[in-house]
Ligand binder design. Structure first.
Ligand code: ASP
Length: 336
């Protein structure tokens, strides 16, 4: 029988209606079997851990990621799988951060949530929890990755983006296929799973948040751009460029970036597109970026790029090693 730890962080999924007042209140996850008796049908034993404080995921921050990684580390040997109940708004960021922080992960860590509270009649939370538990309790295969299960798909977490604030199909993974699809049966695609590690599990518990995101837009002002780049303590910038990594060719723009790079700031180029890859040099409008030392994020998502920079800056000091790791997949977050 699989032992599963359900870690409840907050978000819409954990809300139920107070019978007297009708107001939505956080649900007591230790009563998960009372809320969803059907979970007893699975050959697993669920324990729960409540995040303190429980939060709307808009309040998520690196300190909480460290808290989450610590809970998984402390309980790693006691459980076969972990399910993290999380708000959908920043779920892709959390999944990405955990994927980097949990090295040599040999067990599934599945994040899920819902668009409608568990306590509402048409909630998608019910199916999402049931699906996550079914996958986490699978006797024959254990997926050694941080995943997101939502609606009818299991995704590699660090490949996802929340794309819908209305419909139940809220997540998208434009550059990597889903790891499993749920219909009448659950169709797994084991050839896509990360390799089972051969070394011991390790949880990294340092993140450096001296990282910012700059999204390019037509008309971006020199003063705005330079002000952000001159921020005290800045170490890393995720630069969201156009299409396959293209950016203005104006002199001030290249100069500002060159100065930042000379100061030691790492600039990581990701595309604003939801699918496809940065290919610096493909167009004239990106060739100059590679020349001045901007690093290609290839097909990484913005969420994953931010988490990866925080992780690398927090745990490694050798700049050339950091650059090498940014350029290569650490946890299947980019394809090259
Ligand atoms: N604001 C909520 C959160 O992310 C939305 C949700 O859970 O879907 O916590």
């Amino acid at each position: 029988m699989k032992r599963i730890l359900v870690i409840y962080t907050g978000g819409t999924i954990g809300m139920v209606k107070d019978k007297k007042t009708g107001a939505l209140l956080p649900f007591d996850m230790s009563k998960i079997y009372e809320a969803l008796p059907v979970l007893r049908e699975f050959n697993c034993k669920l324990d729960s851990f409540r995040f303190d404080p429980i939060i709307d995921s808009s309040n998520m921050k690196p300190d909480y990621w460290i808290g989450l990684a610590s809970v998984i580390e402390t309980n790693y040997d006691k459980y076969d799988s972990f399910i993290v109940l999380h708000g959908t708004d920043t779920m892709s960021y959390t999944a990405s951060a955990l994927s980097f922080m949990l090295e040599n992960l040999a067990k599934p860590v599945i994040l899920t949530g819902s668009q409608l509270p568990l306590g509402m009649i048409r909630t998608d939370g019910r199916e999402n929890i049931i699906g996550a538990v079914e996958i986490a309790s699978n006797e024959n295969l254990s997926i050694p990755e941080v995943c997101i299960f939502f609606e009818d798909r299991l995704y590699r977490g660090n490949r996802t983006t929340k794309i819908n604030a209305e419909y139940f199909e809220a997540f998208y993974s434009g550059n990597f296929p889903s790891l499993a699809k749920v219909g009448i049966n659950i169709t797994y695609k084991p050839h896509l799973f990360l390799q089972k590690p051969t070394q011991a599990f390790k949880a990294y518990k340092k993140l450096d948040d001296n990282v910012i995101l700059i999204k390019l837009f037509p008309g971006i002002k020199e003063s705005y751009f330079r002000t952000i780049l001159s921020m005290e303590g800045l170490k890393g910038v995720v630069l969201e460029t156009y299409g396959s990594g293209n950016a203005p060719t104006e002199e001030w723009f290249i100069e500002a970036l060159t100065e930042a790079i000379e100061k030691g700031i790492i600039i990581y180029n990701v595309t604003q597109c939801k699918a496809g890859s940065v290919a610096m040099g493909h167009y004239e409008t990106s060739a100059h970026l590679a020349e001045i030392g901007i690093i290609s994020g290839h097909d990484i998502t913005t969420e994953s790029a931010i988490a990866k920079l925080m992780f690398l800056l927090g745990n490694f000091t050798d700049k050339s090693q950091i650059i090498e790791m940014l350029n290569s997949p650490l946890r299947g977050e980019l394809s090259i």
